[in-house]
Design a protein around this ligand. Structure first.
Ligand SMILES: [Zn+2]
Length: 444
């Protein structure tokens, strides 16, 4: 699902980027050179797309805001609104007898941005892109086109392979920005976002929350729902691998049962979290707090930006075979796009003042992020003083279970009262512990 949105947004961004590149070249260049330039850009963007998709797969847990992405798209859209761009692009492409599939899709993207999804020219361009693709090599293009057409209300059969990533959105459905959407099984759609984005620091990022209208437009063009998964039953962890292969086949999965022997390391982790306006949501799997840029975790001196934190009950990590009452996962990402999770275990004891604030504003039912007026929260309130950790190489603990996520589980647990555990709206949202497969567990 995220993939589809990503592809469409990327197609649109690519089209926009191509346009800007082309305009800047000026009229003195020959059309052929311009087209060569455009082609190179589209190719580069296509490669970026593949990388972005991989990253996007990780976005279930990694969720930064998309403001900048929205702004970029808005800028592209504003530039396109006159229609002159589209004309120029069409004129340039008219000289080509046959467009590549990517360029055809890019053209469709510019038409979509200029004329909207209902425009016959947009639909035709997507149709054409669809006809041009060969299924095996260009599944992504096909799915993007199919979903975009379906979202535009065209009668198009969305192949099951595309539907597996996300079936087309139906009219009137909202994503997590708006009212909760229901999927075909009547279950709430979980993660409706995932467009690639840059965060405020320019690091590539992605997420669930696009706050800008242009991103919504992109969703409107293709906002399919997510594949449904749960913590129990037929869609439970034992079966995640059917829809999300890494969950089943991965050899570095999280969580782990943490037990010795441990390997001693010399580096430390140093959180530098800052207070900010509370942004909290119930995404159907957990309570999550999205964090504005500026809060960091330094791992061996290297900065990772805190994106969000969320809760599991009971704790996913076991220590010597035993879970704790709950765990908080602080999800971070560095400029290279690497993910690191800091886990803080909660043991039953006194009431936790930080949690008290959060629980007062946590939506009981799945829905969009809420930003209660005037509530400021500092994630540092949920950290113990001692920062000794266990560390291992793991994965996201929710589908798609993407690997290469560094885990740091703090040895010191913080308190949570029995009542506070019961107040958490999910009775059980912990993935079982996974095979260690020879992975070392480090400690500082
Ligand atoms: Zn988690």
């Amino acid at each position: 699902m995220k993939q589809i949105i990503a592809i469409v947004v990327l197609a649109l961004s690519t089209a926009g980027a191509s346009f800007f590149g082309w305009k800047q070249m000026g009229s003195s260049h020959k059309a052929a050179e311009q087209i060569t330039e455009l082609t190179a850009k589209v190719d580069a963007a296509t490669k970026k797309q593949a990388a972005a998709e991989e990253e996007l797969a990780a976005s279930e847990e990694a969720v930064p805001p998309l403001q900048l992405q929205a702004q970029e798209l808005a800028a592209v859209k504003a530039a396109l609104s006159s229609g002159a761009t589209l004309k120029d692009l069409e004129a340039a492409y008219a000289k080509d007898k046959k467009l590549s599939t990517e360029r055809q899709l890019g053209l469709a993207g510019v038409r979509l941005l200029t004329n909207g999804s209902k425009d016959p020219g947009t639909v035709e361009a997507f149709q054409k892109a669809l006809e041009m693709t060969d299924w095996k090599g260009q599944k992504n293009v096909i799915c993007a086109a199919q979903n975009a057409l379906a979202a535009a209300g065209e009668k198009v059969k969305v192949m099951s392979e595309c539907a597996a990533d996300g079936a087309p959105a139906k009219a009137g459905k909202a994503d997590a920005h708006g009212a909760p959407a229901k999927d075909a099984h009547g279950a709430p759609a979980k993660d409706a976002h995932g467009a690639p984005a840059k965060d405020a620091h320019g690091a590539p990022a992605k997420g669930k929350d696009a706050h800008g209208a242009p991103a919504k437009d992109a969703h409107a063009a293709a906002a399919p729902h997510a594949v449904h998964w749960e913590y129990e039953g037929a869609m439970g962890p034992e079966n995640w691998g059917k829809e999300f292969p890494t969950c089943g086949k991965g050899k570095s999965q999280s969580p782990l049962n943490i037990k010795g022997p441990f390997e001693k390391v010399r580096f430390n982790v140093a959180p530098d979290y800052k207070p900010g306006p509370l942004k909290i949501l119930n995404n159907g799997h957990t309570i999550q707090v999205n964090v504005a840029p500026g809060s960091k975790l330094r791992i061996d001196g290297k900065p990772f930006e805190l994106l969000q934190f969320h809760f599991h009950r009971p704790s996913e990590e076991h220590i010597d075979g035993k879970p704790s009452a709950m765990v908080i996962h602080f999800v971070h990402k560095n400029e290279a796009g690497e993910l690191a999770v800091l886990g803080v275990l909660l043991k039953e004891g006194n009431e936790n003042p930080g949690l008290k604030t959060l629980w007062a504003h946590a939506p009981a039912k799945e829905g969009p992020e809420v930003t209660p007026n005037g509530v400021v929260f500092n994630p540092a309130n949920l950290l113990p003083r001692e920062l000794e950790f266990y560390s291992y190489d793991g994965s996201l603990t929710t589908p798609p279970c993407t690997e290469k996520v560094k885990f740091f589980i703090l040895k010191t647990q913080i308190n949570v009262s029995k009542e506070q555990v019961t107040e958490f709206p999910f009775k059980m949202n912990a993935r079982p512990v996974q095979a260690q497969n020879g992975r070392p567990i480090l400690t500082n």
